[in-house]
Design a protein around this ligand. Structure first.
Ligand code: 13P
Length: 248
């Protein structure tokens, strides 16, 4: 019922030239893919990737979006700028933005509302750090991120949530499939309580954090897991394609 969605988050990797090479290698490998396939790429790669994916099933995403329409926000990129290129998806609130660039649940909420108002499809990231997990604070942290991050949002049709336990990002440590499924189930129950059963049932929630060809199938087999947000493995066409084609 919920269409799986596999998205690559390239982070700060690939020049425009390298991006085109990667896309050209990737295109034939995902031509028959069943899940929705998205690549979220650096701003400077967007035009080149947009041209490179033309005629394929791959969809274009960015890695952030400003909350304001335009103006004195040095270094930010507006929703209109992204829309004009043809960007469909946008990552909001990635843990690296929260950790290194002062992103908060409040700024996530502002960016999210702007993305929705402008017709961009947000992939909103939530997840606990290792310390929070060890202190048994996972649920409390997720509750705050979801309730504050999604404050005032009523329509979840275009929203994807990515559950990314921070301790699993780039570390090679993956949450076990059961664990990820359970935590994502908790996020779904939170959504159900606040926004209703219909929203919770149709909302797509991805897992992210060291997802790779060897664990994709097991994670994707879980009832609550509707896709993946892939970092490192999205930078290699073969690996990303194996994840996309997890069903074989
Ligand atoms: P890795 O797949 O490299 O662990 O990164 C996950 C991630 O942060 C995706 O947004």
């Amino acid at each position: 019922m919920r269409k799986p969605i596999i998205a690559g988050n390239w982070k700060m990797n690939k020049t425009a030239k390298e991006a085109v090479e990667l896309i050209n290698e990737l295109k034939p490998l995902v031509a028959k893919s069943k899940p929705e396939v998205v690549v979220c790429v650096p701003y400077t790669d967007l035009w080149a990737v947009k041209e490179a994916i033309a005629g394929s099933k791959i969809k274009l995403g960015a890695e952030n979006v400003a909350w304001a329409d335009s103006g004195a926000f040095t270094g930010e990129i507006s929703a209109d700028m992204l829309k004009e290129i043809g960007v469909e998806y946008v990552i909001i609130g990635h843990s690296e933005r929260r950790q290194y660039f002062g992103e908060t649940d409040e700024s996530v909420n502002m960016r999210l509302k702007q993305a929705l108002a402008k017709g961009l499809k947000p992939i909103v990231c939530v997840g606990e750090t290792l310390t929070e997990r060890e202190k048994n604070k996972t649920k409390r942290v997720l509750k705050k991120q979801v309730l504050e991050g999604f404050k005032d949002v009523v329509d979840f049709t275009d929203i994807v949530i990515a559950y990314e336990p921070v301790w699993a990002i780039g570390t090679g440590k993956t949450a076990t499939a059961e664990d990820a499924n359970k935590t994502i189930g908790y996020i779904r129950s939170l959504v159900k309580k606040t926004w209703g059963a219909e929203v919770a049932k149709s909302l797509r929630i991805q897992y992210g954090g060291s997802m790779k060809p060897s664990n994709a199938k097991e994670l994707m087999a879980m009832r609550n897991i509707d896709g993946g947000l892939i970092g490192g493995a999205a930078l290699k066409a073969q690996d990303f394609a194996s994840i996309v084609n997890y069903k074989g």
